[in-house]
Design a protein. Structure first.
Length: 583
């Protein structure tokens, strides 16, 4: 374990001159001359729901650490991981702010059995945390966060490291192992890579990722020319006093969690039994809860709540509202997706029981559907109470790596992952988060996460494979999950062209709807209601400037994150005389 001062921070190179493009995603209009200033000198940043277990309720917490860390805690060897975790927790309880995380390969220092992981990549520690003395400061909102001088291209096109043929072979191998009874679910992944565009800094790219994947548990950490940029929607765990960690309110129509769990077991029984049809009785049954460990067995005057929210079950979002809702309902009704989710819920109930106070493990929310920009995601909540004096390393020993990104049973799943995946996962599928003064902490599962080594970018994609999995749909799911990366490759500026005549915009409602759909698709982090009102006000202002008796006009309207709505009005072309070709 090492403790080192911060190296010089990354300085973003000067952006190149704006380039002319044929059409959006780059605007042909000149960039605004006075964009809002955004500080890109942070060493760490975050964007989190105020209610971690009920992310849509209440405001969000958003901030940045602009002062350099006073200390770095780093674990290079497996035996140092637990010590680093406990040292970080002790410093937080003493009043410091801690931001950092663990790579997937850190499991070698936490599991009670030999971890089946690849060696960590050369020069990369298993765990590292930045220690801050000063509290975070305000970080400008996403809607004001993209200055006009950011280059249109943020990075090169993302490339899969394997083909669909590899996926087909690997998925069939997993299904065969399930038939043998060795496992009943595997989370299979592969890396994707890209290169940062000249003139785009790590801070700029993090903002671009947030624009594409808002609403999750986002953290960023920079150290020299390396950075972790995570916009993960999946909560690994939150651990805090119960009054600071409220349980989620059931979604409309979801019923009582206890009844939901019983019904879910019945609904998923056919798929789950097929997944384990040739297993032994021990392997086929969900793991039985264990007695609390010594660390968590004693009565606590002030127990803390420990909760995790595994994500399992995915359906791609659709452009048309009716089709999009049909995709949501299909996910909710799918026995395969419910079985996949339920297996991981059972695994995490068992994991939590290792540190829980007796009888406190509960499932307050099951099979909830969360809307992400590119996919619908099925999420459940598993919670318990623990002794507040429990060590952070004990929590990680019980939970890490998260069962949603390994499969079940965890030990056999990790062994098969090691066999099928040809290299380390790195931060992807590890854990990233923070520890606040007093010791309360929150960590995500770093999916939708990019590791930066200079200009080299690496992310990961994967899904849970059960006996019912088919290679082609799984491959399509992977493509849907990295769509946000591909959409972050360049700045996309929605625009619309309408006809103006007799002081009015023809088909105004339809043009308004088209722009709002474009904003929802390409800039989901924006406040659509406010943007719609601003668009109407902008159009009313432009129409009010028209001289009396004006002829037909062409109105081109465009949105830019730095300047909002802008438009250019020109004379409309004269109608064609005689026969004309329509296209």
């Amino acid at each position: 374990m090492t403790s080192t001062p911060l190296p010089p921070s990354l300085r973003a190179p000067s952006p190149p001159e704006p380039r002319e493009q044929a059409c959006t995603p780059a605007s042909a209009q000149p960039a605004p001359t006075s964009p809002p200033c955004r500080d890109t000198t942070w060493h760490a940043a975050f964007d989190l729901p105020a209610q971690p277990l009920d992310r849509l309720r209440g405001p969000r917490r958003r901030g940045q650490f602009t002062q350099a860390p006073v200390q770095w805690l780093t674990a290079w060897q497996a035996h140092e991981v637990a010590e680093v975790l406990d040292q970080a927790h002790a410093l937080a309880r003493a009043g410091h702010w801690i931001v950092g995380g663990l790579r997937y390969e850190a499991a070698a220092g936490l599991l009670p059995y030999p971890a089946s992981t690849h060696p960590s990549a050369a020069g990369t520690p298993l765990a590292e945390f930045a220690v801050f003395d000063a509290p975070p400061t305000e970080w400008p909102a996403a809607s004001h966060g993209t200055p006009s001088d950011i280059p249109v291209e943020r990075c090169q096109p993302w490339a899969m490291s394997a083909s669909s043929a590899w996926a087909e072979e690997a998925i069939e191998t997993v299904r065969e192992r399930i038939r043998r009874g060795e496992v009943y679910q595997i989370n299979l992944t592969l890396p994707v890579r890209s290169t940062l565009a000249p003139g785009c800094s790590h801070a700029d790219f993090f903002q671009a990722l947030l624009d594409r994947q808002p609403g999750g548990f986002a953290f960023a950490l920079r150290r020299g020319d390396q950075a972790w940029l995570s916009v993960s929607p999946e909560l690994f765990f939150a651990w805090a006093p119960p009054e600071d960690l409220a349980l989620p309110e059931p979604q409309d129509g979801r019923g009582q969690p206890g009844a939901m769990l019983a019904k879910a077991s019945d609904t998923a029984s056919h798929a789950a039994s097929r997944a384990t049809s040739r297993a032994t009785s021990h392997a086929a049954s969900p793991p039985a809860p264990q007695a609390p460990s010594a660390a968590g067995s004693g009565a606590s005057a002030r127990p803390w709540r420990l909760a995790t929210q595994p994500m399992k079950g995915t359906s791609a979002r659709q452009l048309l509202p009716q089709a999009d809702q049909a995709a949501r309902q299909h996910l909710l009704d799918s026995a395969k997706e419910r079985a996949e989710n339920l297996m991981i819920v059972d695994l995490l109930r068992n994991d939590l029981s290792q540190v829980a106070l007796t009888g406190s493990v509960d499932v307050p929310a099951l099979f909830e559907i969360h809307a992400l920009p590119t996919v619908w995601q099925m999420t459940s909540t598993v919670a318990c109470l623990t002794d507040s004096a429990l060590s952070l390393s004990s929590v990680f020993r019980a939970l890490f790596p998260c069962g949603s990104i390994t499969g079940a049973p965890k030990r056999a799943a990790m062994q098969l992952i090691h066999e099928l995946e040809d290299g380390p996962r790195g931060l992807y599928c590890g854990a990233m988060g923070w520890i606040e003064p007093g010791g309360a902490c929150l960590f995500n599962v770093p999916i939708r996460t990019v590791e930066c080594d200079g200009a080299a970018l690496k992310a990961g994609v994967g899904s849970g494979i059960t006996l019912d999995a088919e290679p082609w749909p799984e491959w399509q799911e992977w493509l849907a999950k990295i769509r946000f990366l591909r959409q972050a490759e360049q700045l996309i500026l929605p625009f619309d062209t309408a006809r103006v005549e007799l002081g009015a915009i023809w088909l105004r409602g339809l043009h308004h709807e088209r722009l709002m759909r474009s904003m929802a698709c390409f800039h989901p982090g924006e406040d659509l209601a406010a943007l719609g009102l601003a668009l109407d006000a902008h159009w009313d202002s432009r129409l009010g400037q028209l001289p009396a008796g004006h002829g037909p006009q062409r109105l081109r309207t465009e949105w830019h994150p730095a300047s909002g709505w802008t438009s250019v009005m020109t004379g409309a072309p004269a109608p064609a005389v005689g026969e004309a070709r329509l296209r």
